[in-house]
Design a protein around this ligand. Structure first.
Ligand SMILES: Cc1cc2nc3c(=O)[nH]c(=O)nc-3n(C[C@H](O)[C@H](O)[C@H](O)COP(=O)(O)OP(=O)(O)OC[C@H]3O[C@@H](n4cnc5c(N)ncnc54)[C@H](O)[C@@H]3O)c2cc1C
Length: 457
């Protein structure tokens, strides 16, 4: 096998995985990273604990311009492969409800493990490397790609673009996308995803700090009408600008897209999602029966946190000590609000606050080995591509998967979809696989055994 010279621009999760994989297939690998260190984003993932994958895996946890292509990528480098990769290299994992973390509980362990692998494969890491130009040298006797940078000129047979996205970055940069566009690719506008939502209203300071279980339903209104886009249940955080928390993050990529299309967006918050219709009807009847003569605040205090009670009372314009009358319409309105509090959404927080980006270079513009359809020898990985996953380790799984495939292929190797599956150790598989998704029209098994079966065909 030829020892290809493989250059990788971007030393993040997918670039590092590409480097390790390319080197393991015999390539001579150089990583060009603009920051002073590689893998900086890995350190902040999962609140410093690095949720690096998820046992409740399905390719349907992702959004993309070309989602049909995803199962094949994930068969070539699956969650099982990720587990064996890390554990096989001495880094034990821990399963919390399906979410996989390093057993140490520290993201730095992930980076150290990867750095040790890079060192053992003698991968050259060039940091503080500002790229001036990326060209393809078409002359036959010359190497293919020429990268000019603040650290000198580099020549490579194969080039992998792993520049990530502007999500979570202090400085907004489109440079990575521009290199790809230079080689003929187009760009689907990158938008913030897995991000907080800003609301319209003057009550946010009052409810700021509340954390509670809720169901949030996202509604979009445009010329075609009003449509329910997605529902999520889980712990939400009420903030001084709007709402945050994992269920909010899960909806946010749709909010970004809808606002970009000039649609109107609102969420309906159900603060008692655990109640069945029957239980709620019974509760409302009992409440109406016993509420007469009580103050509004004291009536609600048994149901909601105090800060929310204040917001609700202001919303229906009653004072806390106002007494509830017989068949009081204001009480009916208040009880309705508990199950369906409307919040108009004005914006998402900016890219700096986002965990990932929706959009990027279309997946339809790369092959099943993540090689560019337009430039032979050029590969793309990770968030640069239009693939964004739900919260829960799916985005890092895409980084590992795409990095591994591109790295192997750039080195002249191949990862196979059909291969012997080595089972994950039982003690890691054990754990309660929790699933809080509520998506209209999206029913699927989250049982890893069922997912395995699906993968076979
Ligand atoms: C706060 C936060 C928490 C997150 N938590 C999780 C989590 O728990 N689980 C999960 O699955 N995902 C999480 N993510 C998402 C996950 O980190 C990303 O999806 C993943 O890191 C993407 O990998 P990547 O290689 O595509 O890009 P990145 O990891 O962003 O790496 C890109 C690299 O390229 C470098 N670069 C960019 N442009 C250039 C250039 N022009 N020249 C040279 N170098 C360049 C960058 O400096 C960076 O090092 C989180 C993200 C954030 C921001």
């Amino acid at each position: 096998m030829k020892n290809y010279r493989v250059g990788i621009i971007g030393g993040g999760a997918s670039g590092i995985m590409a480097a390790v994989m390319a080197a393991s297939f015999g390539a001579i690998v150089t990583v060009l990273e603009k920051k002073e260190k590689i893998g900086k984003k890995i350190l902040v993932t999962g609140n410093g604990k690095c949720n690096l994958s998820n046992l409740s895996f399905s390719a349907r946890e992702y959004y993309s311009d070309n989602p049909e292509k995803l199962p094949d990528y994930f068969s070539k480098f699956s969650v099982e492969d990720t587990v064996h990769f890390f554990e096989g290299n001495g880094m034990l994992l821990f399963n919390r409800g399906g979410y996989l973390y390093p057993r140490s509980g520290q993201a730095i362990t992930v980076l150290h493990t990867l750095e040790q692998l890079l060192a053992s494969y003698k991968v050259r890491i060039v940091t503080e490397c500002e790229i001036f130009s990326v060209e393809q040298n078409k002359r036959k006797d010359k190497e293919k790609f020429h990268v000019q940078s603040s650290q000198g000129d580099f020549f490579f047979d194969r080039l992998i673009l792993s520049c990530g996205s502007p999500a979570g970055e202090k400085e907004f940069s489109m440079a990575g996308y521009q290199y790809a566009m230079h080689f003929g690719h187009t760009l689907l506008k990158p938008l913030p995803a897995l991000v907080q939502l800003k609301g319209q209203g003057n009550f946010f300071k009052t409810w700021a700090g509340v954390r509670c279980e809720a169901k949030i339903s996202l509604w979009k209104t445009n010329r075609q009408g009003t449509k329910l886009i997605q529902e999520e249940i889980g712990e939400i955080q009420l903030t001084d600008y709007g709402i945050s928390g994992i269920p909010v993050f899960q909806l946010s990529r749709h909010v970004s897209r809808a606002l970009e299309e000039n649609a109107k967006v609102k969420v309906i918050i159900d603060f008692l999602p655990e109640f069945s219709e029957k239980e709620w009807t019974a509760f409302v009847q009992a409440c109406q029966l016993h509420a007469e003569g009580k103050g509004f605040a004291s009536c609600l205090e048994g149901i909601l946190p105090g800060k929310l009670v204040s917001v609700f009372l202001k919303y229906v314009q009653v004072k806390p000590d106002d007494k509830i009358a017989r068949q009081d319409k204001r009480l009916v309105k208040l009880l309705e609000l508990i199950r369906a509090f409307p919040l108009a959404i004005s914006a998402t927080n900016p890219f700096q606050n986002a965990q990932v980006c929706a959009g990027g270079i279309p997946l339809s513009q790369v092959t099943q080995n993540l090689e560019s359809n337009y430039t032979k020898g050029l590969y793309l990985t990770g968030e640069m591509l239009d693939v964004d996953g739900r919260c829960g380790g799916y985005n890092l799984q895409w980084a590992w998967t795409s990095g591994a495939i591109a790295g192997a292929s750039a080195a002249g190797g191949k990862l196979f979809a059909e291969k012997e599956r080595i089972p994950i150790r039982n003690s890691l598989m054990e754990g309660n696989v929790r699933d809080t998704r509520r998506r209209p029209g999206r029913t699927e098994s989250t049982n890893p055994a069922a997912v395995k079966k699906k993968k076979k065909h």
